[in-house]
Each structure stands twice: as structure tokens, then as C-alpha cells.
Design a protein around this ligand. Structure first.
Ligand SMILES: [Zn+2]
Length: 207
């Protein structure tokens, strides 16, 4: 190898290592990055380095717009309502985005793998809780009130809720279970599921 080629090779490796380090530094501390042991590992595990959005700019995994919603708000948002779908994620996404004229929708759906689908913009009103729709953001967690939701759902729901608390300048007391707001008819998302999300939100805020 000529000296020039060798020097170019060293420069390329240094540049790649620099990118990897910059990537590791700019990742939000919320998801601690395993320290890579080699450049090859950086390239293998992170083929497209992306800076994670800060909490103030939460980005849903996908947008799948619902039909049933009312544009805008008639009240200030001061509640974030947690639900479980009591059905499969695909069934819930299909139902919540295809219902039309039934006043059935929610702002977000959290899949078991942690993917978050935005179905109604939180600036608009969704139909997910009797009597509280104008003032609330509704989050449907795919699952059942009497079964544990996944750890990914707990983590990602807490990230979303933390973002909403910041955006609307609310305290964690604004987080409500559907069962608290409509106790005679609803049991979701279940006490244990609700408490796991609250604990994760408080951990987020105390970091
Ligand atoms: Zn509900």
C-alpha cells in the first residue's frame, strides 16, 4: 500500500469513528447507548445514525388519520387519558381510523412493540371518553385492562405523556385512567398498567 493510500485509509477510519462518537454523544440520555466496542459494530448496528428528537418534539412512528374527530378545541387541554383497547392492535387501529359518524376515535395508539400511531392531531378533538373529550388527549394502549401491557408500551407511552405534559404545561396529576372518568362503564387501562406508566413518567421527569 502506498503511503498516500494508507493515509487516506486512516483518515476515512478516523472520520467514521468521529461520526460514531458524535452519534453516541447526540443521542438523548433517555435511551442509554451501549458503548460500541469497534467501528464495525457502529456501522453494523447504526447504519443510519439519527439524532433522537428531544421530548419537546415528540415524533410518532406513523400517522394514520382517523375520520371521526372535530377540528380544534372548545376547551384548554388539561387531561391526558389512558386507555387499553380491549382488542388486538390491528383491530383497534382499523376500527379507530375507519369509524365514521360514530364519534369514535383517539389521538394515539401504542402498539405492543412500542410503535406509536397518531390518529388525531392533539390540537383537534377526538372521541374517547364521555364528557371529557374537549379537554383531553386520548392514548389507546393496545392490550387489556386485566393483562400486563409490554415494557415497550410503558416506556413509549411515558415518553409521549411526558411530551404532552410539557406541551400543555401540566403536572402528572393531569394523567387520568379512563376508569376514573367513567367508572360505571369502564375498567381500562387497569390499575397495574396505569401505575406502571405513571412510575415511568415520574422517572422521566426526575432525570
Ligand atoms: Zn377507554
Amino acid at each position: 500500500m502506498t503511503k498516500l493510500l494508507r493515509d487516506l485509509g486512516i483518515a476515512a477510519i478516523a472520520a467514521i469513528a468521529g461520526l460514531g462518537i458524535a452519534y453516541a454523544i447526540t443521542r438523548a440520555p433517555k435511551n442509554p447507548v451501549k458503548q460500541p466496542s469497534s467501528i464495525q459494530e457502529i456501522l453494523t448496528e447504526n447504519p443510519t445514525p439519527q439524532v433522537q428528537e428531544p421530548v419537546g418534539n415528540f415524533t410518532p412512528t406513523r400517522i394514520h388519520q382517523a375520520h371521526d374527530y372535530r377540528a380544534g378545541r372548545t376547551a384548554n387541554v388539561d387531561e391526558i387519558v389512558l386507555h387499553t383497547t380491549e382488542g388486538t392492535p390491528l383491530g383497534a387501529e382499523t376500527w379507530l381510523t375507519s369509524a365514521s359518524g360514530l364519534e369514535v376515535s383517539a389521538h394515539y395508539l401504542v402498539w405492543p412493540n412500542g410503535d406509536i400511531v397518531q390518529m388525531v392531531n392533539p390540537a383537534d378533538t377526538a372521541w374517547h371518553v364521555r364528557g371529557h373529550n374537549a379537554r383531553s388527549v386520548g392514548i389507546e394502549i393496545a392490550g387489556y385492562f386485566n393483562r400486563p401491557i409490554t415494557n415497550q408500551q410503558v416506556t413509549r407511552t411515558a415518553e409521549l405523556v411526558s411530551h404532552l405534559l410539557n406541551q400543555y404545561d401540566l403536572q402528572p396529576t393531569a394523567i387520568r385512567a379512563h376508569s376514573q372518568l367513567d367508572p360505571s362503564r369502564r375498567r381500562d387501562p387497569g390499575t397495574e398498567n396505569f401505575n406502571r406508566v405513571i412510575t415511568a413518567v415520574n422517572q422521566d421527569r426526575n432525570r
